[in-house]
Design a protein around this ligand. Structure first.
Ligand SMILES: Nc1ncnc2c1ncn2[C@@H]1O[C@H](COP(=O)(O)OP(=O)(O)OP(=O)(O)O)[C@@H](O)[C@H]1O
Ligand SMILES: [Mg+2]
Length: 230
């Protein structure tokens, strides 16, 4: 089967604020397939979030390519990358990126507002059902008043709203107790079983044991599984 998403010799970095560059990714090769849960592990600062953001087209690679089917996502301009992401990727950010003043339902429905002026009733029902599946039925009030673990699950519901073919989650179980961590891990596994391409950055063994593939990053390079390109 062809991969949904492929990173080929990807390099990425950031300005260091003093006129130099910080390298975050070097020569990263990786393939991600539909129906598979892939986890990305590695020490803090090893480049996990940067890789997820390059794969989601949020950060453009400085070198190499990010390929989705026949499309070179990394070569698209910012507007086209944004449109590609909206159609293809549900993302759970490490810092959630919810709107604190809005409630769980309104946050979950945010992606709908990029596509419709008002979310149709079917999407309302889907948002409510996703929140209920994640143990958040009937949570009212601004999400800023919810616990971190509750906010994290709202971020997952939002990522799933438009039923994207790819789901990318950055430390999606990190703030959760055992029961809710398992619930989110099971939701990511179920998304893969339903045919999505699921990519999750994690430190969590619960999630790693459910994965089909594990990539380990060290100082911006994939050290496991090893690949030797000719
Ligand atoms: N926006 C940014 N500006 C400057 N440097 C950045 C930026 N984002 C990441 N970096 C740097 O890139 C490197 C990789 O960071 P990244 O956030 O990808 O690591 P990580 O593996 O996700 O770490 P953690 O487990 O702590 O979340 C680090 O050296 C980090 O300081
Ligand atoms: Mg990170």
């Amino acid at each position: 089967m062809k991969p949904t998403l492929e990173a080929v010799a990807v390099g990425a970095g950031f300005a260091d604020g003093a006129g130099g560059r910080i390298s975050a990714l070097e020569e990263v090769d990786a393939c991600f397939w539909p129906g598979q849960l892939s986890v990305i592990v590695g020490a803090s600062g090893s480049g996990k979030s940067t890789l997820l953001q390059v794969l989601a087209g949020i950060v453009a690679p400085e070198r190499g390519r990010v390929i989705c089917g026949t499309l070179d996502v990394g070569a698209l301009d910012g507007t086209r990358r944004d449109a590609w992401r909206l159609a293809n990727c549900g993302i759970v950010f490490q810092d959630f990126r919810l709107i604190g003043e809005l409630d769980a339902l309104a946050n979950t429905l945010l992606p709908a507002h990029f596509m419709h002026l008002r979310a149709p009733a079917a999407l309302h029902r889907r948002a409510q059902s996703l929140l209920a599946d994640l143990g958040l039925a009937g949570r009212l009030g601004p999400v800023a008043r919810l616990s971190r673990g509750e906010q994290q699950r709202v971020a997952l519901a939002r990522a799933l709203l438009l039923d994207p073919p790819m789901l990318l989650a950055d430390e999606a179980t990190a703030s959760l107790d055992a029961e809710n961590g398992q619930r989110v891990a099971d939701a990511l596994r179920a998304a893969a079983n339903a045919g999505k391409t699921v990519i999750a950055v994690t430190h969590d063994d619960k999630l790693s044991t459910l994965a089909d593939q594990r990539l380990t990053l060290k100082a911006g390079r994939v050290v496991e599984p090893r690949r030797f390109r000719s």
